[in-house]
Design a protein around this ligand. Structure first.
Ligand code: AMP
Ligand code: MG
Length: 485
């Protein structure tokens, strides 16, 4: 069989094999990847298929069989080439030149019906030249956790990759951070790109500005299409990347999400959120909340996320200096705070029920809300959900009616702030006509779902899987997330 035949596979009855794969990355030449083979697994049990993504690929979920997922994304049948991407990165501040896809590869690239180019990237598909001491595999719990994170973030309005499939593979793995032996999985992630900040950092390390430019042209061509015709497209690209990353950081913060490993190899050049390992959603508003057990000094704690993103963008200037004027890079990055604040304010106001609010009032309400949440140790997600659940037009009549629920119990000493918050919210509501209250109620409901992906929730669905191979609570949880319940 020739390579061209393996690529198109038009006659296959498997819709995934019949997709028209594009060789966007491959066509750049082999400086950016290594061709690898997938691991062979003793078992293939489809645990998750994301039917909601299929229409975007022009596929009808009714037509796609479980077996199609398994053949394509568990057995990687006849698909070639599989590309382990080369990249480096700053990990906890230290430069690491030994990285690259160590347990994944680019399975293929497909254009969605929306015209966007999507990567199918694997996680847990076996060893590659970049596996170092690792086994190239993913635990089942790791797969479950990434599926859940991606769906939750997507429905909270975060620009994120999603998981297309997750297949249990029948191996026993040993991990320091899970009771072992533990079960294994292979996942396929659908994302806007797997080109990372670290992909460019590697090219700078190798002193190959020619390869940097070629890759950057490709990135702009595919992922910053609006800029293609612009004369100073490189400077505009960096400015746009800064905006996307600043907004992403704001989206994480408003969602109460701590990514946990913001190394530059986990930062996408499209500004999309991806790669969910030891992440956590914050239980309460604790700026110093740390999600990864190995983040000893809290470098990637919840409130550091914006400044870390900014720092990563600053380090990314090094490879770009060969192409973009220093002053343009400086000017681009200088806008980070402005973009971050605007997005954070807008998202938090929506969580508080307001699509817009005059400036001084918005500032006061936001500050008081954060201060109260920090002080009271009331659950971050619970507070907003309770607002949405209990909101009523009576809140406009008297401050005492606002959040009059026994489900919100501030720790002793924080009650003064709570009273202030209720008075302020009541006052603000009085600036609205009563016929606007419905809109506020709907805004609260959309942005504050009941289901929060806190660690105990993940454990509660993981336990039945471990104990009795009962996956129903996992499916129920995803359904709740996807229906914003
Ligand atoms: P991560 O922390 O998941 O972003 O991974 C950092 C680097 O370690 C990447 O280059 C991964 O491909 C690699 N890696 C992580 N886990 C494994 C594993 N089990 N086997 C091989 N490589 C791994
Ligand atoms: Mg990674």
């Amino acid at each position: 069989m020739t390579l061209a035949e393996t690529r198109n596979y038009k006659n296959s009855s498997n819709p995934f094999l019949s997709l028209k794969y594009e060789s966007a990355l491959e066509s750049l030449g082999d400086d950016y990847y290594d061709e690898v083979a997938a691991a062979e697994f003793p078992q293939h049990i489809l645990r998750w298929r994301n039917d909601l993504l299929l229409p975007r690929l022009g596929l009808d979920p009714q037509v796609v069989k479980d077996e199609d997922f398994i053949t394509a994304f568990g057995k990687f049948d006849r698909r070639k080439p599989l590309l382990a991407m080369r990249y480096h990165g700053y990990q906890f501040g230290e430069y690491n030149s030994l990285l690259g896809d160590g347990r994944g590869f680019l399975y293929g690239q497909v254009r969605g019906l929306d015209g966007e180019l999507y990567d199918f990237g694997t996680k847990g598909s076996g060893r590659t030249p970049y596996s170092r001491g690792g086994d190239g595999l993913l635990t089942l719990k790791g797969g479950v956790r990434e599926v859940l994170a991606a769906e939750t973030l997507h429905y909270l309005g975060v620009r994120t990759s999603r998981c297309l499939s997750m297949i249990e593979t029948g191996l026993s793995l040993w991990r320091g951070d899970e009771p072992s032996p533990t079960r294994s999985s292979v996942m396929v992630r659908m994302s806007s790109s797997h080109i990372r900040f670290g992909t460019f950092e590697r090219l700078h390390y190798l002193q190959r500005p020619d390869l940097t430019k070629k890759l950057l042209d490709h990135v702009i061509q595919e992922y910053y299409r609006d800029l293609n015709a612009e004369e100073d497209k490189y400077a505009l690209f960096y400015a746009q990347l800064v905006k996307r990353v600043a907004e992403l950081a704001a989206q994480w913060m408003a969602a109460g999400f701590c990514h946990a490993v913001l190394n530059t190899d986990n930062m996408s050049i499209t500004g999309e959120s991806f790669d969910y390992g030891p992440y956590a959603f914050i239980p309460t508003y604790d700026p110093y909340f740390i999600a990864a057990y190995f983040d000893y000094y809290g470098r990637y704690c919840y409130s550091h996320q914006p400044s870390i993103c900014q720092l990563n963008l600053e380090m990314l200037q090094e490879p770009f200096k060969a192409i973009i004027d220093k002053d343009d890079l400086k000017f681009g990055l200088g806008k980070f705070d402005e973009y971050y604040q605007a997005e954070y304010r807008s998202l938090m106001l929506k969580k508080l029920g307001f699509v817009e609010l005059p400036h001084p009032q918005a500032e006061e309400l936001l500050n008081l809300t954060i201060e109260f949440l920090k002080d009271s140790k009331v659950g971050y997600h619970q507070f907003f959900y309770e607002m949405a659940r209990t909101f009523s037009s009576k809140w406009r009549d008297e401050p005492g009616f606002v959040m009059n629920t026994s489900d919100i119990v501030p720790v002793p000493g924080a009650s003064g702030l709570f009273d202030d918050w209720c008075i302020l919210y009541h006052t603000i509501l009085n600036d609205f006509d009563s016929d606007r209250l419905d809109v506020i109620s709907q805004t609260l409901a959309i942005h504050n779902p009941k289901t929060a992906l806190l660690r105990p929730v993940i454990e509660s669905i993981w336990e039945p899987i471990v104990q009795e191979d009962n996956w129903q609570p996992f499916y129920d949880l995803i359904k709740a997330i996807q229906s914003r319940k």
